[in-house]
Design a protein around this ligand. Structure first.
Ligand SMILES: [Zn+2]
Length: 202
């Protein structure tokens, strides 16, 4: 099967930086990227309320419409201004909040050694500037679902095909770039299995 056929069969087409198969929920929490670079992907885990799956709280958080009275955990986060480009729900459903050419607000204070760059320029900060953020609905300790790995692998292959600076070794976890602050997607995320899915899905 050719790459083209792969894209068509899975409905994974990117048009104007929107994924064709994703449900769109537009987030205002985005701005222009400071430079013309989309070269890495940051994977996250999220659940709202914490440890609970389903419901619309994640979408509400990313659109600044979370009801602080709906859960005791919400008042502390209701004024955050955050987003991600994509959310992959437990079912494998994909939601897109920000077009890929805009900067979503998912990584926060972050740094990374970028091995693709000259030695003196490898130390990079502010990963929102040049990454695509993908949230997986889940927790650090609870196994992510097969439907999520499969959808994630298809989405990642589509991103790599559309943004050539992205490569498999430039798919990183939030914990890796903000290690004292963040732990997601956590030990529950099976990086080896993701790599297998990336090579085996046809
Ligand atoms: Zn995160």
């Amino acid at each position: 099967m050719t790459e083209e056929a792969f894209g068509i069969d899975n409905g994974e087409v990117i048009e104007n930086h929107w994924l064709g198969s994703a449900r769109r929920v537009v987030s205002p929490n985005a701005n222009d990227r400071p430079m013309d670079e989309i070269s890495a992907v940051v994977l996250h885990g999220i659940s709202l309320p914490p440890g609970e799956f389903g419901g619309d709280a994640i979408e509400r958080l990313f659109t600044n419409t979370l009801d602080p009275d709906a859960h005791p955990a919400f008042p502390a986060i209701v004024s955050l201004r955050v987003s991600a480009h994509l959310l992959i729900r437990r079912s494998g459903e994909c939601v897109q909040f920000v077009p890929f050419d805009r900067r979503a607000w998912h990584a926060g204070k972050s740094r990374w050694l970028d091995g693709e760059r000259p030695f003196q320029e490898q130390r990079r900060e502010g990963l929102n500037d040049f990454t695509i953020g993908i949230e997986l609905e889940g927790t650090d300790e609870c196994a992510y679902r097969e439907a999520q790995y499969r959808r994630l692998a298809i989405v990642l292959r589509t991103l790599i095909a559309n943004y050539p600076a992205i490569a498999v070794e430039r798919i990183i976890g939030h914990a890796q770039i903000a290690p004292l602050r963040k732990s997601d997607p956590g030990p529950a995320f099976d990086w080896a299995y993701l790599r297998r899915c990336l090579t085996e899905i046809v």
